[in-house]
Design a protein around this ligand. Structure first.
Ligand SMILES: Cc1cc2nc3c(=O)[nH]c(=O)nc-3n(C[C@H](O)[C@H](O)[C@H](O)COP(=O)(O)OP(=O)(O)OC[C@H]3O[C@@H](n4cnc5c(N)ncnc54)[C@H](O)[C@@H]3O)c2cc1C
Ligand code: SF4
Length: 590
């Protein structure tokens, strides 16, 4: 040191200083402004952290030195990746703890009324820790489930295998369809997947098959495999067929109460008769039977390698719903599996690398290669037929274009469904959510009669370009929090999504329907996805991936990722079975 002193800057001097910032190599004024804006956010945020937090705020880090491993494995998240790995590792005799940010839902607590716990809030999870996590980014909104069981709580029960060609593009050579097949089968058995029995096809499923045949694609129609229990004796022909009293109750092999499907259409908001085989009814109780501990309302905030020994410290905030406070805590384990879902895992790891600096060796590929899986929904209106999308499980069939023979794109079309109670809530849903334009259209029609009877929500997925990038940057508003952002450009994915939209139109018109492509796509090219994938892609090294084919993070031994974030490319169909099969493989190799 050759000198020392105190530099005092007042607001005016600071403003003068900031106004002299230049970006000499910028190629345009826009680029220049963007660079200054980025630097400004970084600079103000650092000032805040360096001067304001130490003086007035809470200590950012709990520095207690406890390096005893409490568990062999901590699993973060309890969806398809987390529940499966926790279950299989507990079966192997490992001491497992699952930390899940959401609640452990009971049938009686499923959200139904407007004042129920619908939403998860990233800013105030101690107050809003509900069923759905919606993140809105420019041109893309992402919907995910929240609670013990993860996305299985909210999903449409479709459990299907990816096509072999998917694994020939971008995946490490160790991952192939043939190699995953035994794991796919294992998942299918555990979730007791089955098709809608032929005597119970709801009207939308019949419409779908008819549309495929009339449009010349009859041989492409597929019945879906669903994680739902059906009663062969169910009939739509009896009075009030969808009433809960027609469900046949039974006890599953873990002693939990379930029932058979009454085709009420409520799948995405929780099945009140327990017909869906969600993960909290199979993999999770099996994990607990083998000693795993599941801790709901534990939001993991940071992962730090233990000093001088194998293992990691996992910091979390326990959400106390009585006092509506977050209570910090931590646990240690020799191995940690990050299975917080695509958005949750990317965010947690980005924070550990770029905000806290606790996992500095994470690959520069972290956050790169994000995919929306090409999801799209087009409502079509029928004037002379009853489609009743509130009848039957949310999705029942598909028309398969995953051979690339139409428009050179890979996609498949499915029927969508709507929960019965949406009928009553259309007015409220027409503003302030990513599906608002769709609900507003329905609301307008509802004034003339039953809004839903005549609507077919054509749904589907397409293999998009998987070129989104997730990154952390600071907010401009005090306390200048780091937030995860998604850079998403539709350019390279537009043709795939448009092929799906065009097929929705073709199938609607072939059956006398009037397709209404929402202006959010026709004008703005905005999308909503329930299937986010990628960002922690499997690769061969840290230069092309974040984890290896066994899910282990490059540069941080003993740290794993096991969820949708692993995918280096879109699958173009519902991904949960593939996520679960990969998790089975990761646990098998651990
Ligand atoms: C409405 C809807 C319908 C769907 N239908 C289908 C379908 O029919 N078929 C299909 O295959 N897929 C479907 N999906 C997609 C499917 O739900 C997801 O692909 C799947 O759940 C992803 O599994 P995952 O293990 O990656 O993450 P998730 O299942 O999302 O699990 C991640 C878990 O981690 C928790 N978590 C996140 N951050 C933290 C943290 N910091 N600390 C602790 N816990 C955390 C979350 O609360 C969540 O429980 C649907 C999704 C939605 C939203
Ligand atoms: S349609 Fe109704 S009864 Fe059947 S699985 Fe879905 S929510 Fe349960």
């Amino acid at each position: 040191m050759i000198g020392a002193g105190v530099l005092s800057l007042g607001v005016k001097q600071l403003a003068d200083l900031v106004s002299t910032i230049d970006v000499p190599n910028a190629s345009s004024a826009r680029e220049k402004l963007a660079a200054i804006e980025k630097f400004g956010r970084f600079f103000v945020g650092e000032l805040w952290d360096s001067y304001v937090i130490p003086k007035f705020g809470k200590q950012a880090f709990d520095k207690s030195a406890d390096d005893t491993p409490h568990y062999d494995v901590i699993v973060i998240g309890s969806g398809f990746g987390g529940a499966v790995t926790a279950c299989r590792l507990a079966e192997k005799g490992r001491k497992v703890c699952v930390l899940e940010r959401g609640r452990r839902w009971d049938v009686k607590d499923f959200p139904r009324g407007p004042s129920d716990a619908w939403f998860w809030s990233h800013d105030e999870p101690e107050q809003h820790n509900g069923w759905i996590d919606i993140r809105a980014y420019p041109d893309m909104a992402v919907v995910q489930g929240c609670g013990v069981g993860g996305g299985s709580l909210i999903y449409a029960n479709i459990s299907v295998e990816a096509r072999p060609f998917v694994f020939e593009r971008g995946w490490p050579k160790e991952i192939s369809y043939q190699g995953l097949k035994p794991y796919y089968d294992k998942v299918g058995r555990m979730l007791n997947v089955q098709e809608v029995p032929d005597n119970q096809w709801p009207p939308k499923m019949k419409l779908m098959k008819e549309a495929a045949e009339k449009a010349g694609f009859g041989e492409r129609f597929r019945k879906m495999t669903l994680a739902v229990n059906f009663d062969p004796g169910f009939s739509f022909d009896r009075p009030d067929p969808c009433d809960d009293r027609h469900s046949k109750p039974f006890e599953n092999q873990w002693g939990l109460k379930q029932g058979t499907c009454v085709h009420c259409g409520n799948c995405d908001i929780g099945c009140q008769v327990g017909a869906r085989n969600t993960l909290d009814l199979n993999y999770i109780p099996q994990a607990e039977k083998n000693g795993a501990v599941v801790k709901p309302l534990h939001l993991v905030t940071r992962i730090t390698p233990l000093d001088g020994r194998t293992g990691y410290r996992v910091d979390f905030d326990r959400i106390d719903t009585d006092t509506q406070r977050r209570i910090p805590g931590h646990l240690n384990a020799e191995r940690v599996i990050v299975a917080a879902g695509t958005m949750g895992s990317n965010e947690l790891l980005l924070r550990c690398r770029d905000q806290y600096g606790t996992l500095p060796k994470l690959s520069p590929m972290l956050g790169v290669g994000w995919s929306s899986n090409g999801d799209f929904l087009t409502p079509a209106f029928y004037h002379d037929r009853d489609v009743s999308p509130t009848r039957g499980p949310t999705i029942t069939g598909a028309v398969d274009f995953l051979d690339g023979s139409v428009a050179g794109q890979y996609f498949w079309v499915q029927d969508g469904g709507l929960p019965n109670l949406i009928k009553d809530a259309l007015g409220d849903l027409s503003i302030g959510n990513p599906f608002a334009p769709f609900f507003a259209t329905l609301h307008a029609i509802s004034k003339k009669g039953d809004p839903l009877a005549s609507v077919m929500p054509w749904f589907g997925q397409a293999v998009d370009a998987a070129d989104g990038v997730l990154k952390l940057s600071r907010s401009w508003v005090p306390p200048f929090r780091h937030k995860m952002h998604l850079d998403w450009e539709i350019r390279n994915s537009q043709a795939a999504v448009q092929a799906l939209v065009d097929m929705h139109k073709t199938l609607s018109k072939a059956t006398g329907g009037d397709p209404q492509v929402p202006p959010t796509w026709s004008l703005l090219k905005d999308l909503v996805t329930p299937h986010p994938l990628g960002g922690c892609r499997m690769g061969t090294s840290a230069t092309d991936g974040v984890v290896d084919h066994k899910g282990e993070v490059f540069g941080h031994p003993g740290l794993y990722v096991a969820d949708g974030a692993l995918f280096p490319a879109a699958v173009g169909l519902n991904p949960s079975r593939t996520i679960a099969a990969l998790a089975e493989r990761i646990a098998d190799l651990m």
